[in-house]
Design a protein around this ligand. Structure first.
Ligand SMILES: [Mg+2]
Length: 339
């Protein structure tokens, strides 16, 4: 296999703020793998929260790529080989995993969901994220998103005016389903009080308290009228058994767990432990988001708006459309292709 690696700067449509801070630009690392005349593409969207940057991704990719088996169909062997040469670094591994899956499904002349044996007849729509801002601005953005056709809004919280924000968003976009994400910002008591006030306004609440505080998660889980989704608390499949005791929904991300194969393992673990499933994302090029679209048949909830948050024309890749997640529009691979 021939491999190429390229760092891409992705301008955001507007600054993206969550409880932990604001992001004004994103960088991904694109991996392309060529074998027998076909090319597969994937991308890493590293998150400093999980210990990665574009520099760490670029630093480990040569070792990951060198370790790959000669035949791209050997997907389990590829993951075993990557694990042998590099610990952790899940976004770097996800870029390779996605490129391999795109390549293999192209070699087999199949869309990825067909290679995975999934039934694409029923899939959820993706939410669209409204980042933190002053309350009128968040309401304005919610209305604009609803006017643009987004039926599900994910509202970032973690301020001293969280209920006011959700009420303003609900007024501005009365037909939208609203989910909220505190990104670990609340104390357990604040979380319970806020969840009670959001009952009837929000569908579920994501990561109310710190992932470092599982007893706090349990406190909220036992008292909240709203279902609880675990994001920062759930990184890989082996986190599922403990998370299943303190949450209702498993929010898996390709960039947290290391790609499509580990994500499928996490979904099966989640189902086996009675959790609903969700796939989230970072700020990602379609070179990565496209892979998530093909996992939509496995999901109860989807949050795959990473490429929608980019400025017009900023993404060098096009992919299957979001927020409708229909992998069947793809004839081969993930459907991610250079514009
Ligand atoms: Mg989240």
């Amino acid at each position: 296999m021939n491999a190429s690696v390229e760092r891409v700067e992705l301008a955001l449509a507007e600054p993206f703020e969550i409880s932990r801070g604001v992001q004004t630009e994103a960088e991904n690392v694109v991996v392309e793998l060529t074998h027998e005349g076909e090319t597969g593409v994937g991308a890493a969207a590293p998150s400093a929260h999980y210990g990665e940057t574009v520099d760490t991704v670029e630093a480990v990719l040569p070792r990951l790529l060198d370790a790959l088996p000669d035949d791209p169909h050997d997907l389990d062997a590829a993951h075993a080989a990557m694990a042998r040469v590099v610990n952790h670094n899940p976004a770097a591994k996800a870029a390779v995993d996605i490129a391999l899956h795109d390549l293999v499904s192209r070699l087999q002349d199949l869309p990825l969901y067909r290679l995975l044996g999934l039934d694409a007849s029923e899939t959820p729509v993706s939410s669209f994220t409204v980042g933190l801002d002053d309350t009128p601005a968040m309401a304005r953005k919610a209305r604009a998103a609803a006017d643009a056709g987004h039926e599900v809004l994910k509202v970032k919280l973690g301020t001293d005016r969280d209920v006011e924000i959700v009420e303003a968003v609900a007024d501005a976009a009365p037909d939208a389903t609203i989910r909220v994400d505190a990104n670990e910002a609340w104390t357990p008591k604040e979380a319970v009080a806020t969840c009670r006030r959001l009952d009837g306004l929000a569908e579920f609440v994501e990561q109310p308290v710190s992932a470092e505080n599982p007893e706090g998660m349990r406190y909220v889980y036992e008292r909240s009228p709203l279902p609880i989704a675990a994001d920062e608390s759930l990184v890989v499949a082996s986190d599922v058994p403990s998370v299943a005791e303190v949450a209702d929904i498993a929010n898996v991300k390709l960039m947290k767990c290391g790609g499509i194969r580990p994500a499928i393992a996490a979904f099966h673990a989640a189902r086996a432990h009675g959790l609903e499933t969700m796939l989230g994302c970072m700020i990602e090029s379609n070179a990565a988001i496209a892979a998530g679209v093909h996992l939509a048949p496995l999901l109860d909830y989807a949050d795959l708006d990473g490429s929608l948050l980019l400025a017009d024309g900023a993404d060098p890749f096009a992919g299957p459309p979001v927020p409708a997640l229909d992998p069947a529009v793809t004839d081969r691979g993930t459907g991610a292709r250079r514009r």
